[in-house]
Design a protein around this ligand. Structure first.
Ligand SMILES: [Cu+2]
Length: 341
C-alpha cells in the first residue's frame, strides 16, 4: 500500500512540475516574450555549466583515485602475477591519459565555443589528415596492447614443466577438494561413478599411480619458489578456480580437465608482513572489533569465481604458501587416500 502511495506521489509531482512549466510559459507569452526562444544568456549559462562540470568531474576522478587506491589487491605473489600487474597498470595508464584528454577537450570546447549572436559554424566536409590521425593512432595503440596481452597469456597458459608439482582441484557445490599426486607426481585414474561419501573425487583403487595420492579438504599447501600445476575439474556445474593473490583464474568445467600453473614467490608468513596487507587487515579488524567479532588473519585464498548457486560466496579454501621445509613436513604428515581407507 505504501509503495502504491509513493508511486502516486511521484506521478502527481511530475504532473505538477509539467503544469507549473506550462503556467510560466503562458505568463511569459502574455508579457510578449517568446518562451521557446533560446537566448544568448541561455547559451552562456550552459557553457559555464559545462566548464563547472569539467572541474567537478575531474576533481571527483582524482578524489576517487586518492580515496580508494589503498583497497586494491596487494602485490602479486607469483612470478607471472608481476607481469600481469605490469600489463594492467600499463593499460590503466593509457586509459587514464585518453580519458583525461578526451573529457577536458569535450567540456572545455563546449564552454569555449558556446553560441554567440554573431558566431557561425565552420563548414568542414572532409579532412584526410585528421581521418588518418584518428584511425592510425588508436589502431597502433590497440595493436600494442593486444600483442602484449596475447604474448603474456600464451606464457601463462603454456604447458607446465615436468618438474611442476601436480595438484588436482576438484570443485563441487559448494566446496573444493584438493588431491596431491604424491611421490610419483602422477595423479591416479578417477571416475565420477566411484564417487561416494568417502571418495569425494572418485579415485580408482586399481590404478597404481593413485596409490600415493592424498586428498585434503580444508587447506591447500604449496611450497614457495616451486612451480605448481593445477588440474582443475568439476563434479556438477561450471565453477572457476580463482586465486586473486597469485593472479590465477581458470574455469572448472564438468566433463573435462582444465589446467593452470604458477610459481608462488611469497610465503603466507611473509605476506602477512607486507605493509599493504598489514594496513588492510588492521582496518578490517577495527570494523570487526566494533561489531564484537573475532579478529581476522590474512590468508591466501582459493575462491569460486562463477556464480554457481546459493552458497557460491562460501566456496573457498585457504591456500598456505610454505617454505620448502614447512611443506615437506606437512606432506610427511599426510596419509595416502587408500591407506587411510
Ligand atoms: Cu562454484
Amino acid at each position: 500500500m505504501i509503495t502504491l502511495l509513493v508511486y502516486a506521489a511521484i506521478v502527481l509531482l511530475i504532473v505538477t512540475v509539467a503544469q507549473l512549466v506550462r503556467v510560466f510559459e503562458l505568463a511569459s507569452d502574455l508579457k510578449g516574450g517568446r518562451s521557446n526562444e533560446v537566448t544568448y544568456r541561455d547559451h552562456r549559462n550552459q557553457g559555464r555549466m559545462m566548464f563547472a562540470f569539467l572541474i567537478a568531474f575531474m576533481s571527483f576522478f582524482v578524489w576517487q583515485i586518492v580515496e580508494y587506491k589503498g583497497y586494491i589487491l596487494p602485490e602479486a605473489a607469483s612470478v607471472h602475477g608481476k607481469e600481469i600487474d605490469w600489463l594492467m597498470w600499463f593499460n590503466m595508464g593509457l586509459i587514464t591519459i585518453v580519458f583525461v584528454i578526451v573529457n577536458i577537450l569535450l567540456f572545455y570546447f563546449a564552454y569555449k565555443y558556446y553560441s554567440r549572436p554573431d558566431s557561425k559554424a565552420v563548414f568542414l566536409a572532409h579532412n584526410n589528415r585528421l581521418e588518418m590521425v584518428w584511425t592510425v593512432v588508436p589502431a597502433v595503440v590497440l595493436a600494442v596492447i593486444i600483442v602484449l596481452g596475447l604474448r603474456l597469456w600464451n606464457t601463462i597458459t603454456s604447458d607446465a614443466s615436468d618438474k611442476a608439482i601436480v595438484i588436482e582441484l576438484y570443485a563441487k557445490q559448494f566446496d573444493w577438494t584438493a588431491r596431491y599426486s604424491g611421490k610419483d607426481n602422477k595423479l591416479g585414474h578417477s571416475n565420477y561413478k566411484l564417487i561416494d561419501g568417502a571418495n569425494a573425487v572418485g579415485m580408482d583403487s586399481l590404478d597404481p599411480s593413485g596409490a600415493d595420492d592424498f586428498v585434503v579438504h580444508n587447506e591447500l599447501h604449496i611450497p614457495v619458489g616451486k612451480e605448481v600445476e593445477f588440474k582443475i575439474r568439476s563434479r556438477d556445474v561450471i565453477h572457476s578456480a580463482f586465486m586473486p593473490h597469485f593472479r590465477i583464474q581458470m574455469n572448472a568445467v564438468p566433463g573435462m580437465t582444465t589446467s593452470m600453473s604458477m610459481t608462488p614467490t611469497i610465503t603466507t608468513e611473509e605476506m602477512r608482513k607486507n605493509k599493504d596487507v598489514v594496513r588492510q587487515v588492521k582496518e578490517v579488524n577495527e570494523i570487526r572489533a566494533s561489531k564484537g567479532e573475532d579478529p581476522y588473519e590474512f590468508n591466501f585464498l582459493l575462491m569460486c569465481n562463477k556464480i554457481c548457486g546459493a552458497s557460491h560466496s562460501n566456496m573457498q579454501m585457504t591456500v598456505v604458501v610454505d617454505t620448502q621445509e614447512q611443506y615437506d613436513a606437512w606432506v610427511a604428515k599426510q596419509k595416502p587416500f587408500f591407506a587411510k581407507k
